[in-house]
Ligand binder design. Sequence first.
Ligand code: CTP
Length: 394
Amino acid sequence: MTRGKRVLLGVSGSIAAYKAVEIARELSRNGILVDVVMTEAATRFICPLTFEALLSRPVTTQLFDDASSGPIPHITLADTADVVVVAPASADTIARLAHGFADDLLCCTVLASNRPLVIAPAMHENMYLNPATQSNVAALRERGAVLVGPESGDLASGGSGIGRMADIHEIVGHTMKALGREGDLAGRRIVVTAGGTQEPLDPVRSITNRSSGKMGYALAEACRDRGADVVLVSASNSLRSPAGVEVMPVMTAQQMYEATQSAVSNASALIMAAAVADFRPATTSDEKIKKGQVGIDLHLERTVDILSSVHGEFIRVGFAAESSNLEQNAIQKMTDKKLDLIVANDITSRDSGFASDNNRVAIIDSKGGVDRLPLMTKRQVADCIVDRIVQLLP
Ligand code: CTP
C-alpha cells in the first residue's frame, strides 16, 4: 500500500544525524522514495554524499542556488511528499518549526507542507527539559505533529538522561503509520493475537509451544500500514513491539481470552495468529517443584477456545497449524469455529513456519475458495491475508 509513496526526510544538526541514514535506508527498503533535506548544521555531522550514494538521489540543502532542485525547491518538495519526517530534530529546529520560521530550506518546506509531520527530537536532557523546548514540543503536538521519543539513555555529552533520538524502528513505524492513514483499513479497529501462550506449572516452569509470534507481528504491521487502529494481544516476549500499535501483553490462554474479548469491542476483524495452548496444568504450584526420586504425573485440563468463545460481530480469521491433511483439517476448523477465513500452514515444512521469517500458506474462505500461496516472507503473507480481509469487510 505504501510502495511508491514519498517521504521528505529533514535532517537537522545533532549527533544523531548519522542514524538518519538508517531511517532513509529502511524507508527505501519498504519501497518508499526518500527526499533528504539537510540543514546547514546537519552537514557538519554527516555529509549529503552519504545519503546521495545510498539512495541514488540528490540531497537538497539550500533554499537558493541549488541547481538540482529547481527554482522553488521548498514548494516542490512540500508538494511531492506524502509525509514529512524530521529526524533528528534539534532544539533549534524544533523551536523554528514551532514558531513558523521560513529562513532555511527545511523550515520553509515544513511550513509549505500540509502533510503529516513526524518529529524525532534529539538533544541534551537539559535542552529537552527546558520549558522553552517543552512548550515548542507541546505546540507542535497540538497542531497534529507526531512526536516520536526522545528516549532515556546514554547521551553524547557522556551523562545519561532523556534526549536520545528514538529507536529507528519506532521512527520508521510511525512514518509507515502516517503514510497508511488513508489506506483501505482507515478508521477500522483490527485485533491480532500473536505468540505461543505459556501455562505455568510452578514459578519457573511452564507448558508452551514453539510459536515465535512473527506472523502475528507481521499482520499487526500490515494492518497498521493500511490505516487500521491495531491492538496486538501478544504472548511473545522476544519480539520488538511494532510502533504505532497498541500492545496488550499476556501470558496464558485465559489472559489472552480476556484481553481479546475486551479488545474486540467495535473491532472490524479478529486475526487469531497466536498458538494457544489447548491444555494447562490443573494446578499450579506456588513453590518450585522439586525433582524428587521418581517422575511426576501432570494432570492437564482444557483451556478456553478463544476463537469459539469471544463474542461480537466482526470478521474472524483463524490459523490452522497442521502436520497432516492440511486443507481438510483447516476447513474442518473453519466450520467448527465459524470463521470467515482460515490460513493453513504445514508446520512440518523445513523452509517455513515456526521461528522462520518465511511462510507458505493456503488461505481458505468459508465459500470453499482456496488460495495456495508460494513461499513468501511473513510480511508478504500478512499483506495477502489483509487483502482478503479487506474484500470481506462490509
Ligand atoms: N485457537 C483458539 N483457542 C485455543 C486454541 C486455538 O482461539 N484454545 C485458535 C488459534 O489461534 C488458531 C485456531 O484456533 O487461529 C486453530 O488453532 P490450532 O491450534 O491449529 O487448532 P486447535 O483448535 O487447537 O485444534 P488442534 O490442536 O486439535 O489441531
